[in-house]
Design a protein around this ligand. Structure first.
Ligand SMILES: O=C(CO)[C@H](O)[C@H](O)COP(=O)(O)O
Length: 225
């Protein structure tokens, strides 16, 4: 069974967590795209959604779902999003789709983070996937040196035309290879404090409450809270 089919399966399974008549936090990425399609089909009544990217906002609107500003919402029951890696404690690497800052903001509003992923994303230790870090452009070289001191190799994420990728927030992304993240919370706190870092793609303080993991033999539910 291919990865895309597994993503569609977990997206379907996530409908169970949608708060009918409530406001839902919605993430970004190919798994979430399947989820938005499933949500549109299921026609669950919602007040609206808070979205973590321009891309998801466009899809939600196409599906007829109202998109609310994060600043207009005090609390979300749940936030549904994908991940690039998830460890046995529910800590994640995110940001493969460059939406990590808004993803962390929306996750921070939510009582529960429901992670939807195919089984290939499960790892014993975070770090096989290059760690995305959203940075203020003028700080990128200085930050690359800091990552080198930690044993990581940081490279600026480029678009297909060779120009630096610019996020929805007007920032750049460093992708850091070669880190073995045994203490995700401590590393998240350390990197977050470096001047010029907007958001590090370690989600340990905002780890998954539940992960729906898609495999060939079905959807497994992992609980972390
Ligand atoms: O963090 C993300 C976007 O910034 C995504 O959730 C992550 O990259 C997983 O994406 P996909 O569902 O396409 O595998």
């Amino acid at each position: 069974m291919d990865q895309d089919t597994l993503k569609a399966r977990v997206a379907q399974a996530a409908l169970e967590y949608v708060p009918a008549h409530g406001i839902l936090g919605v993430g970004t990425g190919s798994t979430v795209n399947h989820f938005i399609a499933a949500l549109a089909q299921a026609a669950i009544p919602l007040q609206g959604a808070v979205s973590s990217s321009e891309a998801s906002t466009a899809l939600l609107r196409q599906a007829g779902i109202a998109v609310l500003e994060a600043s207009a919402v005090e609390r979300l029951q749940c936030y549904i999003d994908g991940a690039d890696e998830i460890d046995p404690q529910g800590c994640m690497i995110k940001g493969g789709g460059a939406a990590l800052t808004r993803e962390k903001i929306v996750a921070d509003l939510a009582e529960r983070f429901i992670c939807i992923a195919d089984a290939s994303k499960q790892v014993p230790v975070l770090g096989r996937f290059p760690l995305p870090v959203e940075v203020v452009p003028m700080a990128s070289t200085q930050l690359a040196r800091r990552f080198a001191a930690l044993g990581g190799q940081a490279s600026l994420r480029l678009r297909a035309d060779g120009q630096p990728l610019v996020t929805d927030n007007g920032m750049h992304i460093l992708d850091v290879r070669g880190l073995q993240i045994h203490q995700p919370l401590a590393l998240e706190q350390e990197i977050s404090a470096w001047p010029g870092v907007v958001t590090v793609g370690i989600f340990a303080r905002h780890k998954a409450s539940i992960c729906l993991l898609g495999a060939a033999d079905g959807v497994q539910t992992l609980r972390f809270d």
